[in-house]
Design a binder for this molecule. Structure first.
Ligand SMILES: [Mn+2]
Length: 355
C-alpha cells in the first residue's frame, strides 16, 4: 500500500502529532492494534483508546490482537470490568487490515512479535527505542516520547486533542494504565501524564478501579507464596528469589512486587519455571535501568522488556529437568549479582549468605 510521507519536523507540537495521526487514520478503513506479549495495563488501555479514536472519529473497523496471556489477576479484572475486547494474535489475519498500529512497544523489541513482511503504519510508545535487527522500521506515524510516563497518556492526549468523547470504561482503563506505569503518579510523570490523568480521573469509575486493585486471588496464589517466602534470600539491599517450578508465570512478578516492599531493599530478582519456560521479574530502585540489568542477567538471551524500575521476561530452557533448572537458576543469580556489582556473594546450594 502506498503511504504518504509525512513532513519531517524537528520537534512537532502535540497538536501536530495528533493531526498527523488523524491524517494517517483518515486514509484507512480498518485498524489492527498490536502490542508486546503478555500485555500490561498500559498497553491494554492504549490499544482500547486508539481503537476508540479510530472508530468514533472515522467509523473504522478495528481489532486488538494480543500475544501471550493476560498475566496477573488485576489485569484480568481490568479486561473484564472495562470490557476490553481482544483476539489472540494467531487468529488475526494481518493482511485483512489496511492499517497496523503498535502501541506501548516498538518493532525490534524481543517481546514483540509482529507479522513479517507487513508495513507498520503507526507506532506509539514511550520506551527507549531498541537497536539491532528489525528496529529500523519507519512507520507513517511514529510517535515515541521517552519522557512520557505511560503510552496511555499519549493515546489519551490524542483523544483530548481530537475532542472525541471518552466513555467511562475507557477513562477507567486509561487511568489504571497511567497509574500503573507511573507508580500512582510518583515516577516518570510528564506534563502530558498530568493533563490526561486529571481529565480521565473525572470520568473514571472508582468503584471499578477499586475492584481492579483488589481482585480475588486463586488458592494457588497462596500456595506459591508459601514456597516463595521459603526461597527468599536477602543480601543487604538485594533480594533473590528463585521459585523453582510455578503453576502460573504471573506469580513471578507478583512475588517480585511483594518483596520490593521489604524495608531497605533496592533490587529484587525473582524467577520461576512454568512448563519448560523460565520467567523472570526484576524490580530496582537503583539508578540503573531494570531492562539493562535483566539483559545482563539473561546474557542477552530470551525475550524481555521493561524500563526504569521494572523489567520482566522469559527464556525457554532445553528441558524441564530438575538439574537443568537448578543450573540455570544458579547462573542467573551469578549474572544478576555481577550486574549489580555484588560478585562477592556466593550463590547456589547452601553456600549462599543468608540474613
Ligand atoms: Mn507502558
Amino acid at each position: 500500500m502506498a503511504q504518504r510521507k509525512l513532513p519531517q519536523r524537528e520537534k512537532p507540537s502535540m497538536d501536530d502529532r495528533t493531526g498527523a495521526l488523524l491524517e494517517v487514520l483518515s486514509e484507512r478503513r480498518s485498524l489492527l492494534v498490536l502490542t508486546h506479549a503478555n500485555p500490561d495495563p498500559d498497553s491494554l488501555a492504549s490499544a482500547m483508546g486508539l481503537r476508540h479514536l479510530a472508530e468514533r472519529r472515522f467509523g473504522m473497523k478495528t481489532e486488538f490482537g494480543f500475544a501471550g496471556r493476560i498475566m496477573r489477576a488485576e489485569n484480568r479484572e481490568m479486561v473484564r470490568r472495562c470490557g476490553i475486547g481482544m483476539t489472540p494474535q494467531e487468529k488475526v489475519e494481518p493482511d485483512a487490515w489496511d492499517c497496523l498500529a503498535v502501541v506501548d512497544t516498538q518493532p525490534g523489541f524481543g517481546h514483540t512479535h509482529l507479522p513479517t513482511g507487513r508495513a507498520i503504519d503507526i507506532v506509539v510508545d514511550h520506551h527507549v527505542p531498541p537497536t539491532g535487527p528489525g528496529s529500523e522500521v519507519r512507520a507513517a506515524f511514529h510517535d515515541v516520547r521517552t519522557d512520557v510516563g505511560a503510552t496511555s497518556s499519549m493515546v489519551g492526549g490524542y483523544l483530548l486533542d481530537t475532542g472525541v468523547d471518552i466513555p467511562r470504561p475507557l477513562a477507567t482503563a486509561l487511568l489504571y494504565g497511567i497509574r500503573t506505569d507511573t507508580g500512582d503518579m510518583s515516577r516518570n510523570v510528564s506534563d502530558l501524564d498530568r493533563r490526561v490523568h486529571e481529565h480521565v480521573q473525572r470520568l473514571a469509575d472508582f468503584a471499578v478501579l477499586h475492584k481492579i486493585h483488589k481482585p480475588a486471588l486463586p488458592a494457588d496464589y497462596f500456595r506459591t507464596l508459601r514456597v516463595a517466602l521459603n526461597n527468599v534470600r536477602i543480601y543487604d539491599d538485594l533480594i533473590l528469589c528463585s521459585l523453582g517450578r510455578v503453576s502460573s508465570p504471573e506469580m513471578v512478578a507478583e512475588v517480585a512486587d511483594l518483596l520490593l516492599r521489604c524495608e531497605g531493599k533496592q533490587t529484587v530478582f525473582c524467577g520461576g519455571l512454568c512448563g519448560s519456560v523460565y520467567y523472570v521479574s526484576l524490580r530496582t530502585e537503583l539508578s540503573r535501568d531494570a531492562y539493562d540489568l535483566l539483559r545482563q542477567a539473561l546474557d542477552g538471551d530470551g525475550s524481555f522488556g521493561g524500563h526504569g524500575a521494572l523489567a520482566g521476561g522469559f527464556i525457554a530452557l532445553p528441558d524441564d529437568d530438575e538439574r537443568t533448572l537448578r543450573r540455570f537458576e544458579r547462573k542467573l543469580e551469578r549474572n544478576i549479582l555481577a550486574a549489580v556489582g555484588r560478585s562477592d556473594i556466593t550463590v547456589g546450594g547452601l553456600g549462599g549468605v543468608q540474613e
